[in-house]
Structure formats: structure tokens, C-alpha cells
Design a protein around this ligand. Structure first.
Ligand code: C2E
Ligand code: CA
Ligand code: CA
Ligand code: CA
Length: 281
């Protein structure tokens, strides 16, 4: 699993016993925390490669834990997946992201789709799709303003089921993106059969991008851009931190850029201000 620098040092400085206790505490307080609304969605803009404006944004969950402080999804999402708490938590995330997108749309920030991360556990829950559709009806968000981000590994565990679900989701006008592309172990051939709207190339390919050196990452991103175009999919690069990376990605023809260069994930009000100030939209 990916770890941030902070998480890593946390793991080195805590004893095994402390880690187990922390994990137990997180697991035990997850369900109640959904009820108590201790979670918060942060939003990170996606920038158009050509337009250089905000063309969408991703919802990223945070947990304001009463005793442990602000928790990263890198720490609690895997625990939520193991315990099944990801189902109610995922429902909360989906509904709140939809409500936020609806509110932006209603004040005239139109045509900005919200990208929402979906866990494999949600995909394999037989009633998840029904709840999803009910929520969209309730919130009255135009479905084309929703993009679900799924990862390779979760799609490939049951490719037939995944294909059915994706087909259904897209038939309702919702978009589907493949997240962390390039980090899985699978061959490229399955891509042909998965009806996707967007490929998100993993940030590990973006982070070493440099112009004037022998650079495999550059070759890979070029190839993936061509592949996405051929398959009729949009390409998003995540983890864009430096102007050099931005320039290369734009030159290659990458459709959308996301990363700290533009903005970290920020709280809802702050993201709204960012859009309203016209700084990036
Ligand atoms: P992800 O979906 O691949 O999200 C991208 C992660 O990269 C986010 O970390 C984001 O803050 C971070 N990031 C964005 N730009 C940059 C950059 O320029 N440089 C670097 N170094 N990092 C950047 P975050 O928010 O900690 O989320 C981590 C992971 O937790 C996500 O990876 C996703 O797998 C999971 N996650 C987050 N929110 C949700 C959610 O609502 N539902 C589910 N199921 N998983 C979530
Ligand atoms: Ca994502
Ligand atoms: Ca990703
Ligand atoms: Ca990820």
C-alpha cells in the first residue's frame, strides 16, 4: 500500500503493540464515526491540458477522529474494507460528493464532473448499484457530472461482473475511470474489453518525468496517451508537481492534469472559493 512520509515515520516510531491498538481503535470507531459525521470530503481540481482551467475535481475522504486527529484514507480505507464499514462509509461519501456537485452546478459552476473513488467491496455488493441510483435521483444531480474511479485490481478480480456493472453505470450516463493505471499486473489486452471513459495514469510514472535524459517514464506516458486516444478514452495524469512535468504532459497531449502544482485536496468551502475567485475556472 502507498504510504505518505508522515505515515511511514509513524510506523517506524510506534511499537508493534501501539500499531495494533491504533488499528483496533480505528476499526472499532469506524461505524459510529459514519453516524457521527466525523468524515469530511476534500476536493482536488483537475486541469484541462489545453484549456488550463478546472475541468473537474476528485473527492478525497478525510477522517477527523476525536482522539487520533486527522486521519489519512491510506490508513483507514483498508481497515474499512476489511471490516465492511466501507459500505456505509462509501454511501456517505457518494451522497455527499453528489450533493456538493449539485450545489456547484446550481450556482452556475456547470459542467464540472466530480470523480468519486469506489472500493472493490462496493462493486461486489449486489445492492450497491440500486442505492447509487436512488441517491442520484434523490440529489437530482445530472449523471454525466459523476465519474467513478475504479482500480485495475478490483476490476480484474471478477472481470465479467465488472464489465456488466460498468456497462450498466455508463448506460445511465455516469462516467467510469480506471485509476492508478499502470500499477497492476495485468496485460493490456483486457483494456479493449472494458468499456471505460477515462484512464488515470498513476503518479509513479509522472513523478520522474524529465525532458532531457534517457527516460522510460516519458516513453511509457507517450505510449499510454496514444493507447487512450486509440481506445477513445480521456487520459488524466495524476501527481503533477512540477512545471516541467506539466509542460511535457501538455506537449504529449494529455487531456487532464491533477496534482499539487495546481492544488492539494482542499475542504469544500475552500474549493468553492477557488472556483468562484475565477483563479482556475
Ligand atoms: P488515489 O485515488 O490514487 O488518490 C490520489 C492521492 O494522491 C490522494 O491521496 C491525493 O491527495 C494524492 N495526490 C494528489 N496530487 C498529488 C501530488 O501532486 N503529489 C503527491 N505526492 N500526491 C498527490 P489521499 O487523499 O491521501 O488518498 C489516498 C488514497 O486513498 C486514494 O488514492 C484512494 O485510493 C483512497 N481514497 C481516498 N478517498 C477515498 C474515497 O472516498 N473512497 C475510497 N474507496 N478510497 C479513497
Ligand atoms: Ca482516485
Ligand atoms: Ca490514483
Ligand atoms: Ca490509489
Amino acid at each position: 500500500a502507498k504510504q505518505t512520509g508522515g505515515d511511514r515515520s509513524m510506523i517506524f516510531t510506534q511499537s508493534i503493540q501501539e500499531q495494533i491498538e491504533r488499528r483496533k481503535l480505528i476499526q472499532q470507531s469506524l461505524l459510529q464515526a459514519v453516524e457521527d459525521q466525523e468524515f469530511e470530503l476534500y476536493y482536488q481540481p483537475k486541469i484541462g491540458g489545453l484549456s488550463r482551467r478546472v475541468c473537474g475535481y476528485e473527492a478525497l475522504v478525510r477522517w477527523n477522529h476525536p482522539t487520533l486527529g486527522m486521519l489519512s484514507p491510506v490508513e483507514f480505507i483498508p481497515i474499512a474494507e476489511e471490516s465492511g464499514a466501507i459500505l456505509p462509509l462509501g454511501d456517505w461519501i457518494f451522497e455527499n460528493a453528489c450533493r456538493y456537485a449539485k450545489s456547484l452546478n446550481d450556482i452556475g459552476l456547470i459542467d464540472l464532473p466530480v470523480a468519486i473513488n469506489v472500493s472493490a467491496i462496493q462493486l461486489s455488493d449486489p445492492s450497491w448499484l440500486d442505492r447509487l441510483m436512488l441517491t442520484i435521483d434523490k440529489v437530482q444531480l445530472p449523471p454525466h457530472l459523476i465519474e467513478l474511479e475504479l482500480t485495475e485490481s478490483q476490476l480484474l478480480t471478477d472481470i465479467e461482473n465488472s464489465t456488466d456493472i460498468i456497462n450498466y453505470i455508463r448506460s445511465r450516463g455516469i462516467k467510469v475511470a480506471l485509476d492508478d493505471f499502470g500499477t497492476g499486473y495485468s496485460s493490456l489486452s483486457y483494456l479493449r474489453n472494458l468499456p471505460l471513459d477515462t484512464l488515470k495514469i498513476d503518479r509513479s510514472f509522472v513523478s520522474h518525468l524529465q525532458e532531457d535524459q534517457e527516460n522510460y517514464d516519458l516513453a511509457i506516458i507517450k505510449a499510454v496517451t496514444t493507447l487512450a486516444k486509440q481506445l477513445g478514452m480521456a487520459l488524466v495524469a495524476e501527481g503533477v508537481e512540477q512545471a516541467t512535468q506539466e509542460r511535457i504532459l501538455r506537449d504529449i497531449g494529455c487531456d487532464q492534469l491533477q496534482g499539487y502544482l495546481y492544488s492539494k485536496p482542499i475542504p469544500a468551502e475552500e474549493f468553492l472559493e477557488l472556483c468562484l475567485k475565477g483563479l482556475i475556472h
